[in-house]
Design a protein around this ligand. Structure first.
Ligand SMILES: [Zn+2]
Length: 130
């Protein structure tokens, strides 16, 4: 399995956004802008979590991971399951890609509501073998 280092939480920004929404400073329409690709990725590559959508409360949220990295080629910028990320990190480790930024697999964890298209970045981190 994999662990994450250099994890940055974006939950504070998410909480700020929710407060602005509740105060009426921003509209739900402006927030719920997940495009077709993101909703599809969340549906097929993401997993349902035990939290309902903070905007519409109609459905449980789905969390989906996107991977980025110079050594990933066309796989950079795609949605992946945890198992796939583990396999990719293992593959890169086997190739003895020099440690450092070039060999890193950055993972962005995004929550998505398939019902209203709410989406927010939760964390970013670098995946490595546990
Ligand atoms: Zn929703």
């Amino acid at each position: 399995m994999i662990t994450y280092r250099n994890v940055i939480s974006h939950r504070w920004a998410r909480a700020q956004t929710m407060r602005q929404l509740e105060a009426g400073h921003i509209s739900a329409e402006g927030l719920c802008d997940a495009d077709f690709l993101l909703v599809t990725a969340a549906t097929y590559h993401g997993r349902e979590v035990d939290r309902s959508c903070p905007v519409c409360a109609r459905e449980n949220l789905r969390e989906v991971r996107w991977i980025y990295g110079d050594t990933l080629g066309s796989r950079s910028g795609t949605a992946r399951s945890e198992e796939e990320i583990a396999a990719i990190v293992e593959e890169l480790a086997g190739q003895r890609v020099p440690r450092g930024k070039d060999g890193e697999v950055a993972v962005h964890l995004v929550e998505v509501c398939p019902a209203c298209r709410w989406n927010h970045l939760l964390t970013t981190g670098v995946a490595e073998l546990a």
